[in-house]
Ligand binder design. Sequence first.
Ligand SMILES: [Zn+2]
Length: 428
Amino acid sequence: MAVSERDIPRLQQIINVALRNGASIHQIVNKLEDALEGAYHPRGYDATDLDIATLVYRLGGRQLLFALNQKLAIPSLRTLRTRAVFTVITPTIGTIRNEHFDNNIHAVVLSSRTESVLCGVSLMIDEIALEEMAVHFSKYNKVGGLCWKHSHLVDPVLRTYESAVNIAQRIHDGHVHLGKELTVMGASCFGRDEIFPILAAPTCKSENANDMEQILTEAIDRWNATGAAAQVGPVWSVATDGDATRRAAGHRLFVKSPLSESSDLYGTLINMPGLNLFTGNNEVTLDFDFKHIFKRKYMHSPSISAGVVLNNGRIINSMMLARYLVWLPAFDKAAVTKLLYPDDPQDVPRGVELMFAIIKFSKSQHAIVNDSFSTDIDTRADLQSIALLSALLESILLPFTNLSLSLSEQFMLLSRYSHLAFAFFHAH
Ligand SMILES: [Zn+2]
């Protein structure tokens, strides 16, 4: 058969489309033959196809995309242009300035805006990988890829050959650096999925908390000054990852003053004893990306490998968890080892899987924990301490992973988490 000798691009889609149209086996075979001869190309690209085509276009340019479109039937550049939104970001060349934020807010956020409903906005900041190299941006005739913090020490404009030599010398002498990573900042509306990049600045990672404070303040100022606050919505929170300098800056800026009695939220929130009511100017709160919270707190962190003690003197560590998690029907020894000692310590999904496994395990052992006549005192003590860990994990996981919870339920779980975490901290 021809299929055994030659590859049919997008075989799955061809059969799917044919089945959807109620085709007979004979018609499906005809379609496959047409596809083999290159006479039939199934339509209906999904998000993955578009992502792959975008990646090919970005890494290999239009020639590679053309070649792979012909051979593998991934979307063409024309399809990509009509189906996907291309975001053009103004890169930061030199020091971070108002215009970098302004250009991006106008081009990426305001110009693409179609709705008139206001929403609360969260500004998020993190770093992404960057190829360490200087690049020439022909649009500006400037050299980019240099760290924003020190690039005021060079003139990035390429006027003559001397300009290039001068920049190279400055990098060589260590006055200015090639960006190791890219600091990116995005704006996102609460309750929606899109994120709009508003800053992309190469960093040599030598920023301190003061620099971060300045960037965060500038971002909020520009959001307001460009009219985005009035057209899209006001900034409600600023979210960062676990980075220490950003956390320090975040605390200085957004855990600053107690919520004013004149605030609309005051009447509700004041009745929640223990809730931290400190905010920044205009009630902007500090937020942390929950994936980073998961990562930092439990997963593959030294705390699990070295062990945590909750309240009965039992040490919960990887070895102890490995012994018990294999009791779960779905996990054998290899699967548990993979969960507890992952190849990539940054693997968030695996960490979440581990936390869910602990919760599931703990729930399946209620009988032993509740059996006060059990003679296996050791096991029972272990299970009791795992039950505490499980309660702690459940309280922080569910508000972020269970979409059917109501706001009150989310709040109760987060409150339970805070109280448990404080109690354990206090006890030790
Ligand atoms: Zn630098």
